[in-house]
Design a protein around this ligand. Sequence first.
Ligand code: ACO
Length: 432
Amino acid sequence: MSQASSITITLEGTNSSASMPLLTGTLGPQVADIRKLYNQLGVFTYDPGYGTTASCESKITYIDGDEGVLLYRGYPIEQLAEKSDFIEVCYLLMYGELPTRTQLDKFRDGVTRHTMVHEQIRRFFDGFRRDAHPMAIMCGVVGALAAFYHDNLDINDPHQREIAAFRLIAKVPTIAAMAYKYALGQPFVYPRNDLSYAANFLHMLNAVPAEPYNVSPVLERAMDRILVLHADHEQNASTSTVRLAGSTGANPFACIAAGIAALWGPAHGGANEAVLKMLDEIGTPENIPSFIEKVKDKNSNVKLMGFGHRVYKNFDPRAKIMKETCHEVLGELGIKDEPLLDMAMEMERIALTDDYFVSRKLYPNVDFYSGIILKAMGIPTSMFTVIFAVARTVGWVSQWKEMIEDPSQRIGRPRQIYTGAASRDYRAVDSR
Ligand code: ACO
């Protein structure tokens, strides 16, 4: 980060003005450094939803929303989705460079050796209702890991931070699969360290002790790609939540649980589940035009789920890859007629030509297609956001690590415009 020039802010009608540095990163627009604004001019900035606020410096992920570009540590997502795999991407996100063969093997081993959870974790599940949403279970059980790794955990020690990251990347899929098995009433399946990350996850989700289960290479590749595409996305709502919680020095397992809670919402990671519900509700292609009319009606409060993005005002590059993967997976699984996919394609066609969506630059996002792939893979809708959480855990821990290692890091504490009552005197209850 370097200073390019400066910006002068003048308070109209006064003689007061202040010069603020304009900073440049490697890529992206310049950023006005307003840290001294309040001290110099006595004013705050107002930016609900933080649409024009950079909350931190980061070297991990870059998005150009106008051009539809996504880079992890400088590498285009398209290249990583095609040529890399999830564990290598985890290394890249955490350490900043692609690993050598030795580094990769050591890293894979480090993650793999942490896949089991403490046996006492099993007992947490008994406290949940059988029909509990698996994201509710994820919030609770991942948060509970803080109780197992707290007293000895020194977040200021780089080695301990690394072990915490390994534990999270390794154990979150185990807990996710346990949440699924619990809902089904099937026995938990222990991790298998001889399988790849994606294959082990599928194994824990689908295997039963009564018969052998062989992971399909097609599904393994599809799951791996889904994990790669969702691994990080700079300062989105859940990542910012993890950073905000982490900025207080909180236990990293608790911070990741906070991220899972933020991810759950339908405006964020919950959208893939919402897309499928929406397609189910629409029912048949004939109902699409009337649904689109409802979406365009401001009073209806209905959104086209899987469309639109705070940053992408162009095609989400992940959606393009997801769409290709979706066709590949359906093709390889021999699913010729998938009415949901036909409906999704028709909705995409309408939305990309309808002026409402075109003028607002609303393009399909990653969630529009991921749900259809996951459904074809036999994964129930309620698990979609859980799989997103499994993938994003590495992004969250990488961002958390980067924040702890940043010397300019301070506790996150936004300000506000107060519009409530001015100061007034308390009156006793009988005199109100
Ligand atoms: N359907 C219909 N209209 C939409 C949609 C949508 N999906 N998304 C945005 N709009 C409209 C808004 O109503 C607004 O219209 P207006 O200018 O007439 O008031 C305009 O487009 C701008 O939208 P904003 O709400 O300002 O966009 P914002 O950046 O705040 O929201 C968000 C982004 C939350 C993703 C939104 O597009 C949305 O709710 N999409 C559906 C949910 C979804 O798919 N979320 C997944 C995001 S990707 C991810 O988290 C992995």
